[in-house]
Design a protein around this ligand. Sequence first.
Ligand SMILES: *Cc1c(COP(=O)(O)O)cnc(C)c1O
Length: 307
Amino acid sequence: MLISPSFELPVSPVQTIFHPVLEKVGVKLILKRDDLIHPSISGNKWRKMKYNLVEAQQQGAKQLITFGGAYSNHIYATASAGKVFGFDTLGIIRGDELNPQSSPTLQYAAENGMQFRFVSRTAYRDKEEILEQLKQENVALEKAYYLPEGGSNHLALKGLAELSQEIYQQTQPDYIVSAVGKGGTIAGILASSNAPTHIIGIVALKGAKEGLFRDIQELLSEHPAIDFTRFTLLDAYHFGGYAKYNSTLLDFIKNFESYNPAVQLEQVYTGKMLYGIIDLAEKGYFKKGSEVVAVHTGGLQGRNNTL
Ligand SMILES: *Cc1c(COP(=O)(O)O)cnc(C)c1O
């Protein structure tokens, strides 16, 4: 399939969420259902990838090269996008003890044609060096398009601007909230949202807040007019760190889904974000009568199988 800038998947719907805490405090919560964008290129990974795929095609690239962990939603989405849009894919995976059967994510990626390089955790830190090595092994990098780990670059911001545009066409939020991994998604939302909307990022990693704040500023350095007073990064809801969870989180998710049967969450990002939103609401963080839009960034391929 040929992708062009006018290639559009249907606009993702918004849905009003029920939760007794929201009733009690008088806050309206709306979920932007980016998890419904595509069954396997879902959520923010599609938003971030779209204009990168257009660019790759314009450059005549034959292959997408990217980086990630064994459970990475970005690896999953890249493999799927390669299959759908006709690129070969190469995933450079953190952990030289792994193989294509090590996780459901890698299995799926392999089934969709992704080739792998498994590198040690130390070597993984130096991405330039890995690419240099590939060149020496005659991997034809000139025919490859490089997507950074997590997919966040300036072309990703362009896709995220379309997310903000859709939200403003669908509703008038006082707050927009998203889960944060590497920060690209929240940076894109911040850059493309309007005052007075307040933008809140709920960090899914432990001890990452300051570094993330710098990364977000860096990613937005070409957007000098950004008002960081409209932006809050919260790291009280990481549940012990990236991909860590406990029974409190799983019980919250089960409860949330029982109130909103058409919605599924996962425990790495969206479950933590919604836990955070409900906790903040309960503590009176949001003004009574205000409207909060939470972005469902997808990631359901990694949903814990006890949910
Ligand atoms: C990757 C991912 C995020 C984090 O996005 P960043 O742009 O890295 O902050 C959030 N939610 C889901 C479901 C993801 O897959």
